[in-house]
Design a protein around this ligand. Sequence first.
Ligand code: ADP
Length: 376
Amino acid sequence: MTRIGIFGGGQLAQMLTQAAISLAVETTIFEREADSPAGRLTQHEIVGQWDDPAALADFAAASEIVTLENEFVDAAILADLEARGLLVRPTAATLAVVQDKFLQKEALRAAGLDVPAFRAVGTPGDVLAAASQLGWPLVLKARRNGYDGYGNATVRNPDDLAAAWDRLARRGSQLMIEAFVPFERELAVMVVRGLDGEIRNYPVVETVQRDHICHVVRAPAPVDNAVTAQAVRLAVQAIETVDGVGIFGVELFQSQDGRVLINELAPRPHNSGHYTIEGCITSQFENHLRAILGWPLGRCDLRAPAAVMVNLLGRRDGPPAKDALKEALAIPGAHIHLYGKRASRPGRKMGHITVLGNSLAEAEALARRAADLVEL
Ligand code: ADP
């Protein structure tokens, strides 16, 4: 049986493993702590730090193909696995570009794709110099290891800068700035690319963030055909630019004048694609496996006129209640996913709900009603 090693054991690795089981593919999960959402689903659980040579050797021995559920694994570790003869997908070269937001944006800009204006910055003085060209506000970003807004700060004026700089510089990554985009809405597209270069895209969706965390996803995005076409073109060309293999999430901004810009790429399954499990003919997780195994890709079409996903974000600290789901299960057509995390905390992604319907409004009303009934 083919065995796929996955860096990370959270909900994305869990849903990949669920898809793998149906294709008779095994997974090995490499996570820092035991009893992760994905580690619990497999007999091959490697517990340790990704840069620990002994743990990495165990992981390599238990995997034929290696993939990842987040972009935080250093590309040098992937290159080490490639040097041992393992198939790593996406490749170390792709990850080296994508995991650094500055290198990623440079690659996209060099390919002629629209991104917000950006600069690398080494000191607060560099930010002031950039502001004199780009104006305020600016978005200060850690180049690496940011997620759910933890690596970002909107800097509205020079007085905001010191606190933002201190908070982000403490994370140990180099920093960059971007022009603030006063967007009309945020969009996303999942793109899957096979080993032979075949590329397919899922529908363009609208994403709504709350406190920088994905909250609601609406498929298809309620935008006109010109915006959809721009989003698809940018997303597909971005993944070709970084020579991606597997599934990628492409986050975009729709500006107030109808232009589309790329925010960032995620080299892995993505929260904006969870709706594909019930909403599309082939889920993002199954298509990722098909792509990295060199198998035929599946169709990406919606199964219904509309699908809406609402994240179940933690509301308090502590273990989730045993019967947290009970009332939500009474909502007709609500597909409920709980990731089985042992502890909740405010804003933590604990699960999600997808509802299909004849319109976005109908699906969203039910999905929100069900989500409100889950106590986490
Ligand atoms: P993360 O890696 O933490 O998800 P992102 O760079 O995707 O960080 O930013 C998270 C959110 O912050 C975006 O979804 C968007 O709402 C906002 N944001 C990021 N960059 C900009 C920008 N240049 N202009 C306006 N808003 C931004």
